[in-house]
Design a protein. Structure first.
Length: 736
């Protein structure tokens, strides 16, 4: 034990001075070697903790306080936010974890994801790139009422149902998130599974395949790749005949005639080829099962798909359908019931929201019972697992009838069907998960991507810049080696090779170390040392957990030690910590400066602009007014001038609330003092305070006003008078 103490004491004596090791002459007394008056004078610039500047007494330019350093570290950390590597990202044809995307595509290749377009308010395909591991940090888990969860950093932002972003740490139970839905609409599967076509709820009611917000994924991807909408006579073919494989390379746009001809050729040449015996046997088995379940005498040429396509191309009229297929309504109804539609009305309203029979004339406002405030989005936002239709009707203030009608418009057969299949992704809980590796990706333009549950914000381009720095700093040579040890002494070279390659694993760890170094300007490693062996391991320490102290010993101004703030202010000797720092800015000494420092101010301005814009929308959006101005027979060239005059008139006019008759104070920002005398038409002159009291008592008063156009004094009726607000400063004007 004594030997170990001597070993560590020797390390402390040898490495306590920095940044360079000071060779000391044996037997020389260093007690009065330094000018203590100068040293103590330099100590005086340090204010009490935590506002003191952290610097060496020999660096009088230092002005880097602990709070300032921690705030900068926090802002650098907020510039990128991440998710756990197991987070499933929605891609065409299925899901891939963000870690799988990072391993498969790296930083160079691009891939397709789904994003939310705030302008269109729709889910659209987008290009994702740079899926990568960002850092190891604390993560929090968000659990939704659907049973799904997402894990990310506290500052990671998720998209809420109303289209605004919210950080994970600010989410509250009951918050409704923007969902991502994909499933086979024509199967009994409640999730994204099955062998049929995949449909995505894009929220595009007009441009969707069946006009209710659900769009077939293969058509969505094909039209996006082609850069145009599909023509009415065009279809999308799956090259490998797997209906749910919607990768772009597996999709091909064809006309209906080309598609039918192609499949006919394949049936004769490929499917029925002797080399395809496995498929032939499977087809015969499926065909036999189908023949057993279905009546062979029934009309085989009339299928649900043909009925649906005819109705979409023509009209939803059962008698016209019967005439087109030369059959009777019972045959059509049987085909629809086989797909779960009890009546033709349910079928028509499912694929054409708002459909009414030609004999009906009570659509919209024509029906006195129609409630336009009850829409599908409000039902979804109010919905909770286990809630009954009666309870949700009470919350919305309506009967169950409009709820049932809105659900049928979206393709749900009943409330039970909706309650069993719909997942609203409301927040149930947010709790701490642990310290784990975290990943992220970048989506240009939309700045978000869809997971298997909700829409997540992505990291900005700053993360890509840090990746470039890290890659350039750790690029290997022609042999793939990043780190080289050069020494004329073979024993030293061997020892250092063992240290860096066998113990530190520098080829693997150097890139994340460099990335954190350029991000924060500092990087700390805790060295685990065993006597007779040396360094056996290193552990990264967060930059906000250590404080570097220089000049703490008056007898040795070069002494360096570290205070571990999160471990009870435990002191670590200089040899116990490896401190990497980027020097070049003396204002940050004894710490380094981040490469992101020049962008920090711009980033803060961007955040403030986003916050101010959100506040503006929240404050102003409820009070937006639309004015209809009849230009009559005014000449087209004079209309802009006339509109400008109308706008100036509207701005100068007081806006009175229809509910209480009060003037909207935001349009009347210049009140007068309560003792201001007001002459009345009845000959009296009273203060505006007394005038407000008479107004509140119900008395009608008339005052003198100036007409804007003629500048003449005319009578004016007092329609409101009252206290506006208490001003901190008033200006008094004296007249001659």
């Amino acid at each position: 034990m004594a030997r170990n103490d001597n070993f560590f004491n020797r390390l402390t004596r040898l490495f306590r001075s920095g940044p360079a090791i000071q060779r000391k002459v044996k037997g020389y007394n260093y007690n009065n070697y330094f000018d203590n008056d100068i040293i103590r004078g330099n100590y005086g610039y340090r204010a009490p903790f935590p506002f003191g500047r952290e610097s060496s007494p020999f660096s009088v330019l230092g002005a880097y306080g602990l709070l300032d350093r921690m705030s900068r570290y926090a802002e650098f950390s907020e510039m990128e936010y991440c998710l756990v590597g197991d987070t499933k990202i929605a891609v065409p044809g299925g899901y891939k974890t963000i870690k799988e995307l990072a391993d498969e595509y790296g930083l160079e290749k691009e891939f397709i994801v789904y994003s939310y377009d705030h302008n269109k308010k729709q889910i659209v395909p987008a290009i994702g790139k740079q899926a990568r591991q960002t850092r190891v940090d604390d993560a929090y888990r968000v659990v939704f009422d659907s049973g799904k969860e997402i894990i990310g950093t506290a500052n990671h932002r998720l998209l809420k149902r109303d289209g605004t972003y919210c950080e994970i740490r600010d989410l509250k139970p009951g918050d409704a998130m923007m969902p991502f839905y994909r499933k086979d609409l024509f199967s009994d599967a409640k999730s994204d599974e099955g062998e049929g076509y995949r449909w995505i709820y894009t929220m595009d009611k007009e441009g969707s395949t069946i006009k209710n917000g659900w769009t077939s994924e293969h058509q969505l991807i094909a039209s996006w790749i082609a850069g145009r909408a599909l023509e009415p006579n065009e279809v999308v073919h799956h090259s490998n005949f797997i209906k749910h494989d919607n990768r772009p390379e597996n999709l091909q746009i064809m006309t209906e005639s080309e598609h039918a001809s192609y499949h006919s050729t394949l049936n004769n040449e490929k499917k029925w080829n002797s080399n395809n015996q496995e498929w032939i046997n499977e087809f015969k088995k499926r065909h036999s099962d189908w023949m057993i379940k279905n009546n062979p005498a029934e009309r085989k040429d009339i299928t649900f798909d043909r009925i649906l396509n005819w109705c979409l191309d023509n009209s939803f009229n059962i008698y016209r359908v019967c005439k087109a297929f030369d059959t009777d309504p019972d045959v059509i109804r049987r085909k629809l019931r086989a797909k779960g539609f009890e009546t033709f009305v349910m079928f028509a309203q499912a694929y054409k929201p708002g459909w009414k029979s030609d004999s009906w004339n009570n659509r919209g406002n024509k029906n006195p019972r129609f409630n336009s405030e009850i829409n599908f989005d409000r039902i979804c936002s109010t919905f909770e697992k286990g809630i009954s239709q009666k309870d949700i009707a009470e919350r919305l203030g309506c009967s169950i009838t409009p709820i049932t009608n809105r659900l049928k418009e979206q393709g749900y057969k009943s409330w039970t069907d909706f309650a069993n299949t719909y997942e609203n992704h409301k927040v149930v809980s947010v709790d701490y998960y642990g310290t784990i590796p975290l990943y992220d990706l970048t989506v240009d333009g939309y700045k978000n991507f869809a997971t298997d549950s909700v829409i997540s914000h992505n990291t900005p381009e700053i993360a890509a810049a840090l990746n470039i720095y890290a890659d350039e700093c750790t690029t290997g040579d022609e042999r793939g080696k990043t780190f080289h040890v050069l020494s004329s002494n073979p024993q030293i070279k061997k020892a250092l090779d063992e240290l860096f390659y066998d113990i530190l694993n520098v080829e693997f760890n150097l890139r994340p170390w460099v990335r954190n170094l350029v991000k924060y300007g500092d990087f700390f490693l805790y060295n685990e040392v065993i006597p007779d062996i040396g360094v056996v391991n290193v552990q990264p320490i967060r930059v906000n957990e250590l404080e570097r102290e220089e000049g703490w010993d008056p007898n040795d101004p070069y002494a360096v030690r570290f205070k571990w703030l999160t471990r009870g202010n435990r002191y670590l000797e200089n040899w116990q910590v490896t401190h990497m720092r980027i020097l070049g800015n003396d204002m940050f000494l004894p710490y380094g400066s981040s490469v992101l420092e020049p962008a920090r101010r711009i980033w803060r301005q961007l955040i403030m602009m986003e916050d101010s814009m959100l506040v503006y929308r929240v404050v102003r959006s409820p009070e937006r007014r639309v004015f209809y101005i009849d230009v009559g027979n005014i000449a087209p060239n004079d209309i802009p001038t006339y509109m400008e005059q109308a706008k100036q008139t509207l701005r100068a006019r007081d806006v009175v609330s229809r509910t209480d008759g009060r003037v909207d104070q935001r349009y009347n920002p210049l009140p007068v003092h309560k003792d201001t005398p007001i002459p009345l038409l009845d000959g009296r002159t009273i203060t505006i305070e007394n005038l407000s009291k008479e107004y509140e008592s119900g008395k009608e008063n008339w005052v003198y006003s100036i007409q804007d156009q003629t500048q003449q004094i005319v009578p004016g009726k007092v329609i409101w008078c009252g206290k506006n607000y208490t001003a901190k400063k008033l200006i008094k004007v004296r007249l001659s």
